[in-house]
Ligand binder design. Sequence first.
Ligand code: SF4
Length: 678
Amino acid sequence: MTGVKTTCPYCGVGCGVIAKPDGTIKGDPDHPANYGRLCSKGSALGETIDLDGRLLAPQILGRSAGWNDALDLVATKFSAAIRDHGPDSVAFYVSGQLLTEDYYVANKLMKGYIGSANIDTNSRLCMASSVAGHKRAFGTDTVPGTYEDLEQADLIVLVGSNLAWCHPVLFQRISAAKDARPEMRIVNIDPRKTATSDLADLHLQINADGDAALFNGLLRHLADTDALDQPYIDAHVNGFDAAIAAAAGDPTLSGLTADEIAQFYALWAGTKKVVTVYSQGVNQSTSGTDKVNAIINCHLATGRIGKPGMGPFSVTGQPNAMGGREVGGLANMLANHLDIENPDHRDAVQTAWSSPTICTKPGLKAVDLFQACADGKIKALWIISTNPAVSLPDADGVSAAIKNVPFTVVTDIMARTDTGDLADVLLPATGWGEKNGTVTNSERRISRQRAFLPAPAHARPDWKIICDVAQRMGFDGFGFETPADVFAEYVATTALSRDFGKDLDLTALDGADYESLEAVQWPVGGKTRFFADGGFYHPDGKARMIAVTPPAQSNGKFILNTGRNRDQWHTMTRTGKSARLGAHLAEPYVEIHPDDAAEMGVDTAELVTVYGPKGKAIFRALITTNVGRGSLFAPLHWTRQQSASGVVNSAIGPRTDPISGQPATKSTQVDAGKCPVA
Ligand code: SF4
């Protein structure tokens, strides 16, 4: 099909798409992420590009305004807050939906010109624990895996990952590989039976947060059965003794039987080519970073990393969570995988940007950022391309916190969102199909998003809006005319990563034609696979095994787990437009075990109220043995505007991993019962 080659804007698989202005969508047969495949969401993209509900002009206090007035007001309010209360009195909360160019300029403005690191992202909800785990183990945030590794593995362990619904094309690739090689084994570790479990040879219905106990036990088993790669450990790994000492606990604390554990350990120990894939079920936990390291420990102890068909592999939820990491779009990172805490790194970034200042300490991570709003510490807030009033834990508290900020700007493609309704200024952004830039997928592959539609009415690209505000605040360094200009500057700055012995060196792309850039996987310019030579990024060149203490098990009446449906994306601003996608699961529901439903006196489709530590939400009961006794599962997609029964994150408390700051949305202790009005 002729059309424009672009990239799907939903999950972190990053599928190539060929699109036409009439809404015809096909998978790109040449794109190495999907080779022509698409999932239900990707193939329905053409049904989401109409202008119904779009924000088409700036608004100030609910009234249409010109761009000049809106931009002047934003710049004036941010400048005044910084002047009167200091740089840390302002904050940006951005999104893994942004293109790398958007992320780059937002990060540059906040960290290099305003001088604060108060820029965090909804990717904090997605993979922050993996970032922290990678840095502890490898010395930098490197995802070592590739999609081909999944096809080459003899054992794939999917931990806390409903790949079939959340990364469907990757799941299709694994299914095809297993069809071609029936001897391939798949283990699915998940408290819930899902569509992913259906493909697995072994489904381990673990307790919520039982992963660290299970992988600690695996490490101990590997040592006890002589399955370690001692020469590899001696040459390339530090921290083995402490990690193995910490792994002495009882693996049945994971909630699995001794027999299940023995099956899994024997399979893992007896298979050389193992890829352990993990996503939100591991990351979204108060022990998320430790879980990541418990998994990586097992790969390091057996040398199963840096070689085809083996390694730990964190798959990102969002289309550009990885691009945001590359340009430092998290409150605790500088651009190019450099560290805020390192004065040499800070000086180098400031010099590269020729910026007047540089942040000197990490900023507020997502949950803390909105707590600072509630506490009156944030005087001006800019939320870009995300809906935290629905998507963050303690969603009602977050809504109140946003209302408490004296001046809030929201940039979005939609006129009405739960968050946009709280803003003083709304700025209209171009959406998918209307904007140009790059995204990086879960296997570090940088692909182009290309426009195939005109920008509607007064909508503008995010990078341009941010640069316009920066210039009005009196800052040089934002005179970019095209996203290609931004990308070129970003590529040039990655020389710093190389200079400091880090991994993100894209300078081989210097001078590359932006228009024809196609699916470039880093590392570029020579090296083809990370850690192939056993070299890591800690100063001594070795990896670190980390001593992990499994958390105590939750003992509430019910444990509420949240996640995604197959056919919806986040808060449904786009997928909600497709009747076809809406038909899959049409309204908010909670999965309940039949015995729990019977105790509550609840029948199928009756209303259930879930009472969390901060608030409550109401769902239809979906009675199923897919969840164990005492477990509940509810999807996250519905907003207050779509459902009068409240949003699932109203029932989730603001608990976070102490290292990564990632919210723990998979294991909230709640109460639940038949809805009194039912
Ligand atoms: Fe889009 Fe992900 Fe589906 Fe691919 S798998 S089409 S990137 S939603």
